[in-house]
Design a protein around this ligand. Structure first.
Ligand SMILES: *Cc1c(COP(=O)(O)O)cnc(C)c1O
Length: 370
């Protein structure tokens, strides 16, 4: 008899369900046997503008060196990020997407017998990285779909090593303000690493959203993670980063793969950081699109969870799976979020005005079928 290599996997891994990504355009095109160009994807919170032309130009310049290993220390990108963020270069850790950062944290600080605290309806990667290393999840109940920071504090015990919080959160779009964060950080035990995931910060900075960087100097147990996948429009290249104390950065650096960020990603990220007009335009487009979607949903008679990110979780008032399927039939890909404990909601990313309109029309059509 051959060995059972599922049963031989470490216990946390055996019980793991793989992350379910947004449906790729080409996959739906094959299934429906239609032209991919006729499909719109509003399922993965990608930037509808496409990558910045400056990032594309940087990639082209970098192609000549493709035979070489990338700079494993990411010197240029770290230098730019440290200047932009007002920290030392030794406080920056680069990741193959910010998901890589989250995984490095779990591998460095979690293990069987230890636990991570995160919220109900939080980003799906937190439970995956926690379970993958055999640690336990302490899931704090949400409040009005968002993070209830006092409940998260209450979920911390002597075996807690990490708290994952997303502000704004995905898939809810919910957020908390500066005083809630300050209060939370003041009360978290100093041996618990707080991972503040700011994947959408560029869409909301300057409003009543705190900037995690403001708290780094005071709290050596704080790590702020950010990404080039959303407002910077480089999701496919996989590049994100963490800002933390030099000690935490040093620890993460010990477990990361030596060349976790490739040379095209490094070059594109440097160029994208410099293209401030592109990010400003992305944000403006998002604000306009958010208003367009909210107005359209109001007309259809649906409600949604208020969001400061580049997506909305729409309340269908009933199970969303059939509406999701109906939208696919119309060539519109959104995200069902039943796996996040939100079976009555669909998450839609804000697209170009024409895409938002197409989504609203398709949604009204599918709902009219009953
Ligand atoms: C999209 C997203 C990320 C970014 O993932 P990458 O690996 O950087 O592409 C991180 N956290 C949250 C909450 C997200 O929604």
């Amino acid at each position: 008899m051959s060995s059972n290599f599922l049963a031989l996997a470490q216990p946390g891994v055996q019980k793991l369900s793989p992350y379910v990504p947004g449906k790729p355009v080409d996959e739906l095109a094959r299934e429906l046997d239609i032209n991919p160009a006729s499909i719109i994807k509003l399922a993965s919170n990608e930037n509808p503008l496409g990558a910045s032309p400056k990032a594309l130009a940087a990639i082209h310049r970098e192609l000549a060196e493709l035979t070489r290993y990338p700079d494993g220390n990411g010197f240029d990108l770290k230098a730019k990020l440290s200047e932009r963020c007002g920290v030392q270069a030794n406080q920056v850790t680069l990741g193959n997407g910010s998901n890589d950062i989250l995984e490095l944290v779990a591998r460095a600080y979690l293990a069987p017998g230890l636990n991570a605290v995160f919220s109900e309806h939080a980003f799906a990667i937190y439970p995956i990285v926690t379970q993958a290393v055999g640690a336990t999840a302490h899931v704090a109940p949400a409040k009005d779909w968002g993070h209830d920071l006092p409940a998260m504090l209450a979920a911390i015990d002597s075996n807690t090593r990490v708290v994952f919080i997303a502000n704004p959160n995905n898939p809810t779009g919910t957020w908390f303000g500066p005083s809630a964060l300050a209060d939370f950080l003041a009360k978290v035990p100093e041996n618990v690493l707080v991972v503040l995931d700011e994947a959408y910060i560029e869409y909301a900075a300057g409003t009543d959203l705190p900037n995690g960087l403001d708290y780094l100097a005071q709290y050596p147990n704080l790590l702020v993670s950010r990404t080039f996948s959303k407002a910077y429009g480089l999701a496919s290249l996989r590049v994100g980063y963490a800002l933390s104390s030099p000690t935490v950065a040093d620890v993460l650096n010990r477990v990361r793969q030596p060349f976790n960020v490739n040379s095209l990603a490094l070059a594109a990220a440097c160029a994208a950081l410099d293209d401030v007009e592109y990010v400003a335009e992305s944000r403006r487009l998002n604000e306009v699109g958010m208003q367009q979607l909210e107005q359209g949903l109001r007309e259809i008679g649906l409600s949604w969870i208020p969001s400061k990110a580049n997506f909305l979780a729409i309340d269908l008032g009933r199970e969303g799976a059939s509406v999701y399927q109906g939208l696919l039939g119309e060539g519109v890909i959104v995200r069902p979020i039943g796996g996040y404990g939100m079976p009555n909601h669909l998450r839609v990313s804000i697209g170009l005005p024409s895409e938002n309109l197409r989504f609203l029309d398709a949604l009204a059509k599918v709902l009219a079928r009953g």
